[in-house]
Every structure is written in structure tokens, then in C-alpha cells.
Design a protein around this ligand. Structure first.
Ligand SMILES: Nc1nc2c(ncn2[C@@H]2O[C@H](COP(=O)(O)OP(=O)(O)OP(=O)(O)O)[C@@H](O)[C@H]2O)c(=O)[nH]1
Ligand SMILES: [Mg+2]
Length: 312
């Protein structure tokens, strides 16, 4: 839902606007009616008091833009910033911004940090330090999810890893190489941080035009990812990644299907493996989730005692 907050100087002004956007909406103060709004969408028209009303259509950006256009033709001024008055529980601008961020943050881990900000900003309203800006850039990843792409050879176990993380059968798994034909994306919560996970088709040279198109499309997504998981497995030949791939948070090289390995040796720097997992037994999955979370938002960021410039 969207809420379009209408505040007027005088009752007659509000009456005129409401009559124009939703015929017969002047139900008097404290009324709540279901109406067609500006001929654009059905929604609720709430008359809060003599000079204050709210229109509640569906929240699609196009719907809101069209209703905003209709209101402008009636002489209504559209404010781009939400005025503090619409957050009666807030006592200052930082609290207003904090409540807005709280309402839309993608990750649960953002909640305690956001709640702490108004007080910290009250204590110190000087310029943000270099460290606050740096940690803040990572903490912003709690507000909007970042993209992580999982890549590797066909049959490396990429879709099985997604299913293990998601604890469901999100992606089709089979022993036929080339099972994933198009990229599958899912929102995953890893240790309190929500990310957009992209499961890609296995990288290989093939004559199949559909598979090639899927690989090309996946490459686009891989190049935009903030972190790339390169999954290798003992029973498949490794795929090489493009040499110029340089995601912001690097490439994490993961040995999958550890249940197939005879020796239970720890990962060694020698073979460039950062972590080991088995999607079948679940071994290493929890550690993997925390390591990925740590690459996106570090453990010490979540305990950060400074100010987070989430609203600048
Ligand atoms: N033993 C074992 N088998 C696994 C594991 N993970 C996946 N497999 C098996 O490996 C095969 C391929 O798994 P998928 O998850 O489909 O592999 P993929 O990398 O998504 O393959 P494509 O989509 O073809 O690129 C399936 O038969 C899985 O059951 C694992 O941790 N251990
Ligand atoms: Mg797959």
C-alpha cells in the first residue's frame, strides 16, 4: 500500500480536493471509505480530521505517480521529503529518517543499529569520521540487499548449495550437467543479513544455443555481483572464470561435496580453497553462511558503536 498524506490549510480546500479525486469522499472527520482514487486505482480514503486526510491506493510506483499528477493539476504541492509531522512518534529529523529506514530495511540485523542512531547523533553532531563513513557503506547493505552469484562447472552442486541455504527445493537439482538453464534468484537470510543469491547455469562450452544464451545472461549477473562464490567439486572438472572478473568483495573459492572426499583434511592455502561444504550432509553450511555474511557486513560492523550515516 502507499499512503498519500494530504494536509490542507482549510477544511474547504481539503473538501474540494477530496471531492475532485474521489467523488463523494467527504464523509466528514474520522471517516474511512473505499473509493476509486483519481480514476487510477481503488483504495481507502481516510478523513482524519477537518484539514488532514490520507489516500491509500496500492503501492506501485506508477499508480502513485499518476495519482500525484492528478493531485498536482488540482494545485496540490507534492513534497519529496516526508515531513516530520507524519511521524508523530519522532522527536527530531534523525528519528524520522530512522523510522523510515526501519520500515524498509531488508535485513533484520539493521534493526538494533538503526534504533541506536538518534541518540548517538544527538550526542555528536559533528562531521562523520572516515571510519564511520567506511563502516556505514557496508551497513547500508542491510538496507538494500546485495547480489551474490554462485558459479562453477556444471554439476558442481551450485543449485544444491542454494537449496541447502534456503532449506527448500528452490532450484532444480539433477545429475545431468546443464540442469540450470536460466539464472534463479532467491532472497536468502544469512546470519541476519538478507542477500539476493543468484544460482547460475554451469559454465562450459556447449553447442546448445539455449544453454549458451543462459550462460551469457548469467555472465551479466556475475559481473554485477558484489561477491562471487566459485564452487568446485571433487567429481567434476573445474570451470575457469573470466580473468577480468573483479567483484567488490572478491571471489570466495569453495570446495563442495566434501562427503565424497576420502581424507578429512582441512582446507589448505595451497589449492586456494577458502571453505569446504557438503550440501548433502550439511557439513560446513553454517560456517559458510557466516563467512559470506562477514564478507558483506563484518562481525565488528554489527557491533559498531559509532554513528551510521544511513540517511546521507
Ligand atoms: N555427494 C554429494 N553430491 C552432491 C552434493 N551437492 C550436489 N550433489 C549432487 O551433484 C549433482 C549436481 O548437483 P546440482 O546442484 O544440480 O549441480 P549444479 O552445479 O547446479 O549443476 P548445473 O545446474 O547443471 O550447472 C546432483 O546429483 C546432486 O545431488 C554434495 O554436497 N554431495
Ligand atoms: Mg544448477
Amino acid at each position: 500500500m502507499a499512503i498519500i498524506d494530504l494536509a490542507a490549510d482549510a477544511e474547504a480546500t481539503l473538501d474540494a480536493v477530496l471531492a475532485a479525486v474521489s467523488e463523494d469522499a467527504a464523509g466528514g472527520p474520522s471517516s474511512l471509505v473505499h473509493r476509486r482514487i483519481a480514476g487510477v486505482d481503488d483504495g481507502i480514503v481516510a478523513r482524519i480530521d477537518a484539514t488532514h486526510a490520507q489516500l491509500m491506493p496500492h503501492g506501485g510506483p506508477l499508480i502513485v505517480r499518476r495519482i500525484a499528477d492528478a493531485l498536482r493539476t488540482l494545485g496540490v504541492t507534492w513534497l519529496d521529503e516526508i515531513p516530520a509531522a507524519t511521524r508523530p512518534e519522532a522527536s527530531n529529523a534523525v528519528e524520522v529518517a530512522m523510522l523510515d529506514a526501519l520500515a524498509t530495511a531488508s535485513s533484520p540485523a539493521a534493526i538494533p543499529l538503526l534504533l541506536a542512531q538518534p541518540e548517538r547523533r544527538m550526542r555528536d553532531d559533528g562531521p562523520f569520521t572516515a571510519r564511520e563513513l567506511e563502516v556505514g557503506r557496508r551497513l547500508n547493505r542491510l538496507l538494500h540487499p546485495v547480489t551474490i552469484a554462485c558459479v562453477g562447472a556444471p554439476n558442481a552442486g551450485k543449485s544444491s548449495l542454494l537449496n541447502a541455504l534456503h532449506r527448500s527445493e528452490m532450484a532444480i537439482v539433477s545429475d545431468l550437467p546443464g540442469t540450470t538453464r536460466d539464472r534463479v534468484s532467491a532472497s536468502l537470510e544469512l546470519d541476519g543479513v538478507v542477500v539476493e543469491w543468484i544460482d547460475t547455469p554451469g559454465l562450459r562450452d556447449t553447442d546448445d544455443p539455449i544453454e549458451n544464451a543462459a550462460i551469457a545472461a548469467a555472465m551479466e549477473a556475475i559481473r554485477q555481483a558484489m561477491l562471487v562464490i566459485h564452487l568446485v567439486a571433487p567429481d567434476v572438472e573445474d570451470a575457469s572464470l573470466p580473468a577480468d572478473l573483479a567483484p567488490t568483495e572478491g571471489v570466495l573459492r569453495v570446495q563442495g561435496k566434501t562427503d565424497l572426499l576420502e581424507v578429512d583434511a582441512p582446507p589448505s592455502a595451497h589449492d586456494g580453497i577458502d571453505l569446504r561444504i557438503s550440501a548433502v550432509t550439511g557439513e560446513g553450511i553454517a560456517e559458510f553462511a557466516s563467512e559470506v555474511r562477514n564478507r558483506i557486513v563484518r562481525a565488528e560492523d554489527l557491533d559498531f558503536e559509532g554513528r551510521w550515516p544511513f540517511d546521507v
